[in-house]
Design a protein around this ligand. Structure first.
Ligand SMILES: Cc1ncc(COP(=O)(O)O)c(C=O)c1O
Length: 384
């Protein structure tokens, strides 16, 4: 029997950060000690209140489905948190709780994109955006942002990419992999283009030097905001996220959620409520640590001969020009993993604009970062 795979699978690329991590796990099983700077995962534990609430809920029998849109308590807490952070009024009815931000992405693109439709994405970009668009039969259109402009997404360049088939503009601020934040003016100009904004705000709250994030909700009522608990609250494995959507989209999104996921995990939703109510201190402590680590990593990488033209303003990554050591970022990342036992993410994961670059995650301890820099220092001179 020949099993036929869907043709769209040809367009869906591997998530290279995961590929490096999975190879690193195999090396660890064979006894190697690897420093993981390849994946975007905080090394901190979640807020203790979130863990306690989750375990309490589990023991209390909170193990069934919830309303497909999430527990009312959590949707209210998310609406209140959004109001507090951005000063915008969000009705809890506009919130749909999802199994991670990734699931929210699938809901939005499934809603907006017909076969052959286009979605504009600023690049370098989070690797999964184009793959989600392909998954629903759409066509990602990449618009380049450049280090020289602080990775600003130029609204004129976006306008030039719009066609009658454009269904959404994806904005990520703070961004993965660059840590760049789009200004209020840029957000407003993008919203004024009259195409729905899909705004990935998962790294908001993790910003440095008093940087300020403008939510898409501040500039338009028609935004689809993707957000979640993975990064801000160090809750990656809980798989909890949410979507804030315009009122006109709520019913079809609810129908999609009912069919694709039924609901997010019930006891995990209780962890989300506790994180929002009691997690602020943990987030503040993490933000301070990430800021110190960012400096350590940027300084160290520059000394080693990497180019870091822009200091990241948010998230927990350093996107570094590695062309002094090789132009093929995938080979370079695997070579550094094998020889230095340091995991990094190849820049090509973030689109052709990232080729020759590497992304280093700064959500590792200062001791791990220092050790990684030392290990890299031993190997890199041989690669020049
Ligand atoms: C920009 C961005 N959006 C979304 C996600 C996925 O997050 P989640 O764990 O909530 O699915 C990530 C994970 O790295 C990310 O970097």
């Amino acid at each position: 029997m020949t099993t036929h795979f869907a043709a769209r699978m040809d367009a869906i690329q591997p998530f290279l950060a995961m590929e490096v991590m999975e190879r690193a796990f195999a090396m660890e099983r064979d006894g190697a000690s690897v420093i993981h700077l390849e994946i975007g995962e905080p090394d901190f534990p979640p807020p203790p209140a979130a863990v306690a609430a989750c375990s309490r809920a589990l023991f209390a029998g909170e193990t069934r489905y919830t309303d497909s849109r999430g527990l009312v308590e959590l949707r209210e807490a998310i609406a209140a948190d959004t109001r507090r952070r951005f000063g915008v009024s969000v009705d809890p009815e506009q919130v749909i709780v999802t199994s991670g931000t990734s699931a929210a992405m699938l809901l939005v693109f499934s809603l907006l994109v017909d076969s052959g439709d286009e979605v504009i994405i600023g690049t370098p970009h989070y690797p999964c955006y184009p793959n989600f668009v392909h998954e629903v039969g759409g066509c990602p259109i990449l618009v380049r942002s450049r280090a020289e402009d602080g990775y600003r997404l130029d609204p004129d360049a976006v306008r030039a990419a719009i066609t009658p088939r454009t269904r959404a503009i994806v904005v990520s601020s703070p961004a993965n992999p660059t840590g760049a934040i789009q200004s209020a003016e840029t957000m407003r100009a993008l919203a004024d283009l009259g195409i729905p904004i899909v705004s990935d705000e998962i790294y908001d709250g993790l910003v440095y030097d008093d940087a300020h994030v403008t939510s898409a909700l501040e500039v338009t009522d028609e935004a689809f905001v993707l957000d979640g608990f993975s990064k801000r609250y160090a809750m990656t494995g809980f798989r909890l996220g949410y979507l804030i959507a315009p009122r006109s989209a709520l019913r079809p999104l609810q129908v999609l959620q009912q069919n694709l996921f039924i609901s997010a995990n019930r006891f995990v939703q209780h962890a989300g409520v506790a994180a929002l109510r009691e997690g602020a201190e943990t987030v503040a402590a993490m933000r301070e640590a990430y800021s110190r680590r960012r400096t350590l990593l940027v300084d160290g990488l520059r000394k080693l001969g990497f180019g870091v033209p822009v200091l990241p303003q948010g998230a927990f990554y350093v996107f570094a020009d590695a062309r002094a050591f090789g132009s093929d970022s995938l080979s370079l990342a695997f070579e550094l993993l094998e020889r230095a036992r340091v995991g990094t993410c190849p820049g090509i994961d973030f689109g052709a604009a990232g080729e020759g670059w590497l992304r280093f995650c700064s959500a590792a301890s200062e001791a791990s970062i220092a050790e990684a820099l030392e290990r890299l220092g031993e190997v890199l001179p041989e690669l020049r």
